[in-house]
Design a protein around this ligand. Structure first.
Ligand code: ARG
Length: 480
């Protein structure tokens, strides 16, 4: 934001009649929120235009006055979009717009604030901004999900180890691993849609605390501004910031999910794993070590998760213990909200770009699947021959130990060792040590079997179709 110009003469204020002198500069400095809330202006203009119409409907303004205010607000929007330099006395975005409206239409501007307060105004503008932000973020998450589907399809026939305790556990399809990061994002989208729905309750008409004293149609305002419902209690409406907490929680979870994806990719890109190679466009170098190829975007994704979490905690701390109604503490809400949304707006495309452009080393992934990872499959083989799982577990454990002792793969053990471990072993048991056999046993729903994974990819694709948006409830946020 451009530095404010010094105010010439008396500053434009929405209050002050009852005070003999002006506020202390120290109060002005702490009270001023324009740097933070400036971005609310399109929504403040939008709701003010609807308010002008509502005041005409209520018989407070003539049609001419209402039309004049609407035209004036359009002019203000035009000036704001063109970039204006605020004055030092512009306390917040509402005051700024009011001043500009006076410049545009003169005295009639003084009629707009009838029956409303900045308390219901800021709550309404922030809700509109949040609904819009949720829709923007949703579109960005969807793009990342699309990248995941594309990568999953390319990895459908590749095997890699899945890890528990970061120890090689069992072989899985590369697509199965990739989509394990798709579903958390799907839940994030559901949470964001719910947060947007929570935001879509109209506070305008609540006035400062007790409700507007003029018979404005709140149903008209709700429809005009794209809200889902009208708030049922004016005291609650001006102090309710639950929707911000819900948005910040959704973003904290999203941050956690991005950080986990990033961590997988950072590990997989290390020479020790060597499963992925970052593209030049999404790698940074070292000022000292010429050989370095660093995944900075992914590391920032891992690190930034903490920021969203901090924003959530800051907001919860602000609202806890507040007396009912509006309190100035609530001005802090936007700082947290905007910070988290801004952070995500940078991260999501960077993560999508990093993931979409990296290449997988399929040979390395496959080579990391060692035969001991099929130990469970070998035990399951014995179970199919009616050996109890406990006995089978013991017998296979013996074979693992023997192979480890000799420093060889289980596939290299003589068949006699198998027979000695358990007489139920037949020659066909060796098939069980192939990763693809292991996968083929796992066509249970949600498993890594080839049919399951195909079904999973199709299900993921279906979720990105326009029809799925309606079920999700996103049609509300998309209207804004
Ligand atoms: N800038 C204020 C905020 O963001 C607007 C509401 C001011 N209301 C008031 N009663 N002073 O919360």
């Amino acid at each position: 934001m451009i530095d404010p110009q010094p105010t010439e003469g008396k500053s434009h204020k929405l209050w002050g009649g009852r005070f003999a002198g002006g506020p202390a500069p120290e109060l002005d400095a702490v009270n001023r929120s324009l740097d933070v809330d400036f971005r609310l202006w399109p929504f403040d203009v939008q709701l003010s235009k609807a308010w002008a119409v509502a005041l005409w409907n209520a018989g407070v303004l003539t049609l001419e006055e209402s039309g004049e205010l609407e035209r004036g607000l359009d002019e203000v929007a035009h000036r704001l979009a063109g970039g204006i330099t605020p004055e030092a006395g512009d306390e917040d975005v509402h005051t700024l717009i009011d001043r500009l409206l006076h410049n545009a239409v003169g005295g009639v501007a003084s009629r707009l604030h009838t029956g409303r307060s900045r308390n219901d105004q800021v709550a309404t503008a922030t809700r509109l901004w949040t609904m819009n932000a949720c829709a923007r973020l949703d579109a960005m998450i969807r793009e990342l999900q699309q990248v995941m589907i594309t990568q999953a399809e390319s990895l459908e026939r590749d095997v890699m180890p899945a890890y528990t305790h970061l120890q090689r556990a069992q072989p899985v399809s590369g697509a199965h691993w990739m989509l394990s990061h798709f579903w958390p994002l799907e839940r994030d989208r559901t949470r964001l849609a719910a947060a947007s729905k929570a935001a879509a309750v109209l506070p305008l008409g609540s006035g400062a605390i007790a409700g507007s004293a003029f018979p404005v149609s709140r149903v008209f305002l709700k429809e005009a501004l794209g809200f889902r419902a009208v708030s049922p209690n004016s005291i609650d409406a001006v102090g309710d910031r639950d929707f911000i907490a819900e948005t910040l929680f959704a973003l904290s979870m999203l941050g956690a999910h991005l950080s986990r994806l990033a961590e997988d990719l950072i590990l997989f890109g290390s020479s020790e794993f060597g499963f992925v190679r970052y593209s030049d466009a999404f790698s940074t170098g070292s000022s000292m070590m010429p050989q370095k190829r660093n995944p900075d975007a992914l590391e920032l994704a891992r690190g930034s998760g903490a920021r969203m979490l901090g924003d959530l905690v800051a907001l919860l701390g602000t609202i806890k213990g507040l007396p009912s109604g509006y309190n100035k503490d609530l001005q802090e809400d936007k700082r947290s909200l905007f910070d988290a949304v801004d952070g995500m707006t940078l991260l999501l495309p960077a993560v999508a770009g990093s993931l979409g452009t990296l290449s997988f080393n399929r040979e390395r992934m496959k080579a990391a699947v060692t035969s001991s990872m099929m130990a469970t499959d070998l035990a399951d083989y014995l179970v199919r021959k009616r050996v109890t799982f406990r006995e089978a577990h013991g017998a296979v454990g013996q074979l693992v130990q023997e192979a480890e002792g000799k420093g060889i793969e289980m596939t290299k053990l003589p068949f006699a060792s198998f027979k000695a471990a358990c007489p139920a072993f037949e020659e066909d048991a060796m098939q069980e040590l192939l990763p693809y056999t292991s996968l083929s046993h796992r066509d249970v729903e949600g498993g890594t079997g080839p049919t399951s994974v195909r079904r999973q990819i199709e299900a993921a694709k279906t979720l990105l179709t326009p029809e799925a948006e309606i079920t999700r409830g996103n049609e509300i946020s998309r209207r804004s």
